[in-house]
Design a protein around this ligand. Structure first.
Ligand SMILES: [Zn+2]
Length: 477
């Protein structure tokens, strides 16, 4: 552009002015991120621009404030939002994350209570499909009313902070009693346990052909009146219903789920491509343990598995124990969900032997399926062939396996077990370490072994491993 001397002078002045506006306003913007009540999708790297010495105009004005009553927990790596960042801290008040910031930020000095660790601080895991652990099955609750407590007390050892007790097919009345027992337990659940945040009903509206470990005599035709009774028994805690879309009235079931804000999840099904696509169109939002207990593709029929995978918005559960799925199937599922990776939801589908120290012996899955544990696999005891019956997978183990098979980033695998299930359930306050989210967190030893060092629920430490002291960073008083 050409111009005379004066216009060049004004252009230059304009540029300098613009430069000053950007530079001077930056700290204010980074500060407004701290103060804003609105949840902002934060780019963690903003924090890195904060001056280490904390001497900018904005930061200096803050250092005069008195100590906050926040608990601050720092780690050498923090999964902040969706990115792993080094040396950050999480400030917690009333169980909720107030800020996530670099340890060089002035806030660190203001924290009343401070803890610092080596390791990765990540959101607590959320398991939306789990039948049992620690020697108990969810179905045991009616006969042994401490079963949910036994499971919920154990789960923080694996970094799980929320879970959905998952029921197996049973008679309607029994399910009704079970659901009301789960919901009454959940209402008065102690804070030190992994939170029961819903119920997943796996059956009884599933296909005989793909029943897996469910008893054939417990399977039933779809009944909306049963669903209404169960919803009432569950006291609105019902979150997921796994169903087979080839059954009569599946459209009605999906409509009922949509109306009642329950996820209709396609699973244990021999449906054809057309039936699967229709179910998705009608509002089925998820697939239950993708590839397992569902129809697979042939040349002229994509089956349920590929119909779900090919749909850009349908979430799907993945059992990542290294036994339920071939590596190629896992890689395919991961690649095909890259445009919207939140669809890829890690679950354990674990049964009662998970977490038991010496797994020799016979366990039950659901009410009375006999299961033996061999080479890390949960297998039906009544079959000579290898029939998988749930798993003894852990969430950190699943994250490790996912990384090995897909070669994804550590944060991607961690989020598949926390943010993705929260997203599938429509939760906006769990699954991320970010302002406004519940301080449900897990400290993991490092990127590779992922041993659980400590677990917090709502900012309260609910589990510590014997390794904790070797991960503590001693802070100057
Ligand atoms: Zn299951």
């Amino acid at each position: 552009m050409k111009g005379n001397g004066w216009s060049r002078f004004f252009r230059l002045k304009g540029t300098v002015f613009l430069y000053l506006v950007v530079v001077l306003s930056f700290p204010v913007f980074s500060g407004s991120r701290d103060e804003g009540a609105v949840q902002i999708p934060v780019t963690p790297s903003i924090g890195h621009f904060l001056p280490e010495s904390g001497k900018s105009y904005f930061l200096r004005s803050r250092t005069k404030e008195k100590k906050t009553n926040e608990l601050c927990i720092a780690a050498t790596e923090v999964l902040f939002g969706k990115t792993l960042v080094p040396d950050h801290a999480v400030a917690i008040r009333d169980g909720v994350i107030q800020h996530v910031f670099p340890r060089t930020h002035w806030r660190w000095q203001q924290c009343e209570r401070k803890e610092a660790y080596t390791g990765i601080l990540a959101p607590g895991f959320i398991d939306i499909h789990i039948h049992g652990a620690n020697g108990r099955d969810v179905m045991d609750q009616l006969k042994q009313p401490d079963s949910l407590s036994v499971i919920s007390t154990y789960l923080p050892e694996e970094g799980v902070t929320s879970w959905l007790p998952t029921t197996a097919s049973a008679r309607p009345r029994e399910l009704s009693r079970l659901l009301s027992s789960i919901s009454s337990y959940a209402r008065s659940q102690p804070d030190k346990e992994a939170a029961i945040i819903g119920i997943h009903m796996e059956g009884p509206f599933i296909s005989k052909e793909k029943k897996g470990c469910h008893h054939a005599e417990s399977l039933r035709p779809i009944s909306i009146s049963d669903l209404n009774i169960w919803k009432e028994s569950a006291n609105d805690l019902l979150r997921i219903v796994t169903f087979a879309p080839e059954l009569k009235q599946s459209d009605e079931l999906i409509r009922w789920c949509t109306l009642n804000r329950v996820i209709a999840s396609i699973g244990h099904t021999a449906a054809k491509e057309k039936q699967a696509l229709r179910a998705i169109e009608q509002g089925a939002e998820m697939g239950t343990h993708l590839f397992n207990a569902m129809s697979m593709p042939t040349s002229r029929n994509a089956g349920v598995a590929f119909s779900i995978l090919n749909h850009p918005k349908t979430a799907f559960e993945v059992i990542m124990d290294g036994h339920h799925l071939s590596d190629v199937n896992v890689q395919l599922a991961w690649k095909l969900s890259q445009e919207n990776s939140e669809r890829f939801v890690l679950i354990t589908d674990a049964m009662s032997a998970k977490g038991v120290k010496n797994t020799d012996g016979i366990y039950t899955l659901g009410k009375d399926i006999q299961v033996v544990i061999r080479d890390g696999k949960a297998l039906r005891a009544d079959s000579d062939e290898e029939v998988l019956a749930g798993s003894i997978a852990t969430m950190p183990g699943s994250v490790r396996t996912m990384r090995r098979i897909t070669n994804c980033l550590p944060e991607q695998a961690l989020l598949a077990g926390s943010y993705h299930p929260a997203k599938a359930l429509g939760l906006r306050n769990r699954g991320l370490l970010q302002q406004g989210y519940l301080a449900d967190m897990v400290l993991l030893s490092d990127r590779d072994t992922l041993s659980v060092i400590a677990t917090w629920r709502g900012g309260q430490k609910i589990y510590t491993s014997h390794l904790l002291s070797s991960h503590e960073i001693h802070l100057a008083p």
